[in-house]
Design a protein around this ligand. Structure first.
Ligand code: HEM
Length: 459
């Protein structure tokens, strides 16, 4: 492979810091501006670090699939590691492969359909709580509600565990974890782990909370046998030692799944609901489809294919607001992407947010339009122009589960309630954070659907 390519264009930045100030101030806007000004492969200087932002679809395909062995987890994933330990998200090589193989069966299509009743139950519990708010004309915070909903669903579905009594504590832990993982460049981050800095105390406390939780879930599984993934994990054998996973390995994988699986899905659901209520024509078309196909019944996972518009609404929300909106890789050897030289041991940044708003593939990219996902429209675009779940071997293990949950939840919420945003809501995203979570709460007032039928309840 030749690595003679040219130097990629990019913003000039200022001496020593390069573009770091803009990056820190408004990361999302800076990325979009860079793509507009310098194209689909650009070179950013962030302090001492050189990073290439890559959104050109063939180049994205090369990084994630065709030459993926040259693009490994890197510096940012080290940050994750201090908190999550060695789980699917942070490891490479044989350890990753064998753990992924062990857990994959629970995330295949047939197995995912089996968690439908958990999705229905958790969504109904949330919506039952909204009845009182609707009666009093009071708002719900969509961020808090969706986080709780997806946490409860994930915990029951994968681990057979009812996490409701601990959901408040866990929310706090997750918020801390995100804060810790994304506090870059502070002095405290550079001090060794054993020093009692505020950051290190928080990490230790959060890991202890998770360790206790995992112990309780495992005890319960031993008694009841509940939890499809728990059963696979407990039966797993390490390919090298032939022994079961260590307690630390079990904890790290469970922690990874709790963290990677619920916040992402919640963020997607929150933006989907906001997008629907900001676009009355979408709301109308969605209502019409739900009424025509379901007539008030709760959907089964197996019939989601007969709700194409509902599916496309979710697809479009994942385009405009991809929960994992940036993720990096580090190069092993030098490479060439789109004719540009990518040095060895440098970072490459993929950004679903920038890819999904690239005007070359998306007309009027800022507009919310589910029609972009009709089968014909999808065929007309390069596959790698749309990467909410990544691609290749490291594609999100939970993508089918997330899509099923989102489609069911969107259908059920819209069957029972109308939402209206409380005026003055501040719909901002894109600070340096793990997900594209709205920066503040999103308050919406639910009102029960008076016209049309109310979705049936499961006893
Ligand atoms: C809308 C919801 C979700 C989105 C947008 C999302 C997005 C992503 C993306 C982009 C990656 C690839 C990261 C990379 O290549 O560096 C990823 C990986 C991963 N996701 Fe998701 N995810 C979602 C839901 C879930 C769920 C429900 C689970 C599990 C219950 C999950 C577990 C994971 C894990 C374990 C990985 C690492 C996979 C590996 O490297 O083998 N995610 N996710």
């Amino acid at each position: 492979m030749t690595t003679e390519g040219r130097r990629a264009p990019g913003p000039r930045g200022i001496p020593l810091l390069g573009s770091l100030p803009q990056w820190k101030a408004r990361t999302a806007e800076f990325l979009l501006q860079t793509q507009r000004d310098h194209g689909e492969i650009s070179r950013l200087q962030l302090g001492p670090v050189t990073v290439h932002l890559v959104t050109e679809p063939d180049a994205v395909g090369r990084v994630l699939k065709d030459n993926s062995s040259n693009y490994v987890r890197g510096t940012l994933y080290e940050q994750f590691r201090t908190v999550m330990g060695d789980g699917l998200l942070t490891t490479d090589g044989e350890l990753w492969r064998s753990h992924r193989r062990t857990m994959q069966p629970v995330f295949l299509r047939g197995a995912v359909a089996a968690i439908g009743p958990n999705v229905v139950q958790a969504t109904q519990e949330m919506l039952d709580g909204w009845e009182e708010k609707a009666r009093l004309g009071q708002p719900v915070d969509l961020v808090t509600e969706t986080l709780r909903l997806t946490l409860v669903t994930l915990s029951r579905s994968l681990f057979g565990y009812d996490i409701r009594p601990q959901s408040r504590v866990l929310k706090e832990v997750v918020d801390n974890v995100i804060e810790v993982m994304f506090k870059h460049g502070t002095v405290s981050e550079m001090l060794p782990e054993w020093m009692p800095t505020k950051r290190n105390r928080l990490i230790k406390r959060d890991r202890q909370i998770f360790t206790r939780l995992v112990e309780e879930i495992r005890r319960q599984h031993a008694d009841t046998g509940e939890g499809a993934l728990m059963a696979l994990i407990e039966a797993a054998k390490d390919p090298v030692t032939g022994r079961g996973w260590t307690d630390e390995q079990v904890r790290d994988e469970m922690l990874t799944l709790y963290l990677a699986g619920h916040e992402t899905t919640a963020v997607a659901l929150c933006w989907t609901l906001v997008s629907i209520l900001l676009n009355p024509s979408v709301q109308e078309e969605l209502d019409a489809e739900l009424e025509q196909v379901l007539g008030g019944r709760i959907p089964e996972p197996g019939e989601l294919d007969s709700l194409p518009y509902t599916c496309n609404v979710v697809d479009e929300a994942l385009r405009l607001y991809p929960p994992i909106w940036i993720y990096p890789r580090d190069t092993v050897a030098a490479d060439e992407l789109g004719g540009y030289h990518i040095p060895a041991k440098s970072s490459v940044l993929l950004s679903p947010l920038a890819s999904h708003r690239n005007p070359r593939y998306w007309d009027n990219p800022e507009a919310f339009d589910p029609r972009r996902f009709t089968p014909e429209a999808v065929k007309s675009r390069p596959r790698m122009a749309y990467i909410p779940f990544g691609a290749g071997a490291r594609m999100c293990i939970g993508n089918l589960m997330a899509l099923m949950e989102l489609r069911m939840m969107v259908a059920m919420i819209n069957q029972r309630f109308r939402l209206s945003l409380v005026p003055g809501n501040f719909l901002r995203y894109g600070d340096s954070s793990i997900s594209l979570r709205p920066v503040t709460e999103v308050l919406a007032i639910p009102s029960s659907r008076t016209s049309g039928r109310t979705a049936e309840r499961v006893a």
